[in-house]
Design a protein around this ligand. Structure first.
Ligand code: A3P
Ligand code: MG
Ligand code: MG
Ligand code: MG
Length: 278
């Protein structure tokens, strides 16, 4: 970004990759593989086993998290049961347009195919308002809770929905219309949209379209679930995250904040849309 050249590569229609996506993925994958050899890690930007500068490699752990009690159900988990899903830069389209606070870095942890843990790092949080306090890191583990900030409930008596800013379609709009929201917040990134749910700024994240992939939803699903919320496909089914699963989330995304009736929102999705995303 500061070099003035993002190094953009077009991967497909409305699907960019920048040098920041490539570099962040190398940093994360090399760091995790050095600390946990043989860990299965799947990143959005393909294989990244290349050399990286040594000061990119993270060799320490968060002592505050390590000091916590590991939930009983995870004590005997083996490395082979774990798949880590890395989205090194979520919200690339917005990043390329300079909407930096839409960007997050997502690291999701699945055990036997279930999304149970995740980190949502927002590197440019506060960049326009308080640059001295730039960035924040939110993590969640089902059974333990959420760290890095305190979730808040969305306002009662209204429906605020967040959805895509850069990947809309007639079907996406039709689903929103059917839900009759008071407000629609169109922002970039799956991570950013789930942060809006955690912050109490939206009640639901609705994306009635293909396009999101497993690395977009693994960490957000786990962090949201750790806070009492829920992320599923448009039919209300959980995605699975085992190593062999297909990457696209072809049945769309529907997520709700803690305390919001997920099923009642699912039930308002018109049959025509369900069939289109069957
Ligand atoms: N039609 C589409 N084609 C490609 N990627 C899509 C897509 N719809 C959603 N995505 C991906 O899903 C994530 C969230 O999308 P959105 O911001 O539109 O809600 C983004 O991740 P990345 O920015 O990590 O690629 C975006 O690229
Ligand atoms: Mg991408
Ligand atoms: Mg993404
Ligand atoms: Mg990405």
């Amino acid at each position: 970004m500061s070099r003035g050249d993002l190094g953009i590569v077009e991967k497909g229609k409305n699907d960019l990759q920048t040098e920041a996506d490539r570099s962040a993925q190398k940093c994360i994958i090399v760091s995790l593989s050095q600390q946990y050899p043989n860990l299965t890690i799947i990143g959005e930007e393909g294989n990244s086993n290349s050399e990286v500068p040594s000061d990119w490699v993270v060799t320490d752990c968060d002592q505050g998290v390590l000091a916590m009690q590991c939930p009983e159900e995870y004590v005997n988990v083996g490395l082979k049961d774990i798949t880590v899903w890395v989205d090194p830069l979520d919200g690339t389209s917005e990043y390329a347009q300079g909407l930096l606070d839409h960007v997050t870095v997502l690291v999701g942890l699945a055990i036997k195919g279930k999304a149970v843990g995740g980190v949502i790092h927002q590197p440019y949080y506060n960049w326009l308002t308080d640059a001295d306090k730039l960035g924040r890191t939110i993590w969640g583990l089902k059974g333990l809770g959420v760290g890095g900030f305190t979730p808040r409930a969305p306002p009662e008596g209204q429906l605020i929905i967040t959805t895509t800013r850069s990947h809309s379609s007639p079907l996406v709009q039709e689903a929103l219309d059917a839900l009759k929201p008071d407000t629609v917040l169109r922002v970039g990134g799956a991570g950013h949209k789930v942060l809006l749910l955690l912050e109490g700024k939206a009640h639901a994240y609705v994306f009635a379209s293909k396009g999101c992939k497993k690395w977009d939803t693994c960490a957000p699903e786990a962090v949201l679930a750790a806070s009492g919320g829920k992320l599923t496909d448009i039919h209300g089914n959980l995605y699975t995250y085992e190593e062999t699963v297909a990457h696209p989330n072809n049945q769309g995304v529907l997520a709700t904040a803690a305390g919001i009736d997920h099923t009642s929102i699912i039930n308002k999705i018109p049959q025509r849309i369900r069939e289109a995303l069957a």
